[in-house]
Write a protein that binds this ligand. Structure first.
Ligand code: DGL
Length: 263
């Protein structure tokens, strides 16, 4: 039994899509979330910068006495985690659990992956999936999706036009499973679904990652049975973050600004 909170971070608001699943599956767990809203997006930056940001994000969460960290960001998981040797607390990324979920889902073996430029360039999903027999992987970087989500354009006509431009090729390839490899992308799921159609299963990182976290906490005997308390931190108090956090998590959500450069 361990009542300490779980630390969760993302470059911005996308990680809230993972928090939602964690809260649903583990209602007794407390969460400390950090959204790096002052430096989003990570996905078009160089590897060194992403690693530097991710180390600061982890240091910030660790300063809050957390029992595990969830990297609720596809870019940070794919680009920075392989370079981080930190064994103080379990650190769970989104890539492996999501790749496994896609393998368990596909029927025709054709899996599409969309993500930020950095995630696609990392080749991490590609190498995990294409190592399996009978699997063909098609990838596409969709860099405009994150600014659309962060600026409140997830359900707009612009989002639909951009989605069509990015996704028609994957649709033509006949994928039956599409990994939303960036945690912001579930916010654009209507636009993505409109293009891909009902025959394609969209895989969010949230559920497989939350399942993996649950398994890890159980194995380490550190689930909580207490009353949860959640706290949300950002590096910039943006209206969009506040509004999405309220929509996702309720009006009482407790959000505070922190200076990430101190970590
Ligand atoms: N949510 C992040 C991800 O999953 C957004 C990436 C970004 O900041 O560019 O990759």
């Amino acid at each position: 039994m361990d009542k300490r909170p779980i630390g969760v971070f993302d470059s911005g608001m996308g990680g809230l899509t993972v928090v939602k699943e964690i809260r649903r599956l583990m209602p007794n767990e407390s969460i400390i979330y950090f959204g790096d809203t002052g430096r989003v997006p990570y996905g078009n930056r160089g590897t060194d910068t992403i690693i530097k940001y991710v180390k600061q994000d982890i240091n910030f969460l660790k300063s809050n006495d957390i029992k595990a960290i969830v990297v609720a960001c596809g870019t940070a998981s794919a680009v920075a985690l392989p370079a981080i040797n930190d064994s103080d607390v379990p650190i769970i990324g989104v890539v492996e659990p999501t790749a496994q979920y896609a393998l368990d889902t596909t029927k025709n073996g054709k899996i599409g992956i969309i993500g930020t430029t950095a995630t696609i360039n990392s080749g991490m999903y590609q190498s995990l999936l294409s190592a399996k027999n009978g699997i063909t992987v098609y990838e596409k970087a969709c860099p405009l999706f994150v600014p659309l989500a962060e600026n409140g354009y997830s359900n707009s006509e612009v989002a639909r036009i951009v989605a069509k431009d990015y996704l028609w090729d994957l649709k033509e390839k006949g994928v039956d499973t599409l990994i939303l490899g960036c945690t912001h992308y579930p916010l654009l799921k209507n636009a993505i679904k409109d293009i891909m159609g009902d025959g394609v299963t969209l895989i969010n990182c949230g559920l497989p990652t939350a399942n993996y976290l649950l398994k890890t906490l159980k194995e380490n005997d550190c689930l909580s049975d207490g009353t949860p308390a959640h706290k949300y931190y950002v590096s910039d108090m943006t209206d969009e973050f506040v509004s999405l956090a309220r929509t996702f998590l309720g009006d009482g959500v407790d959000i505070e600004k922190t200076d990430i450069n101190n970590y």
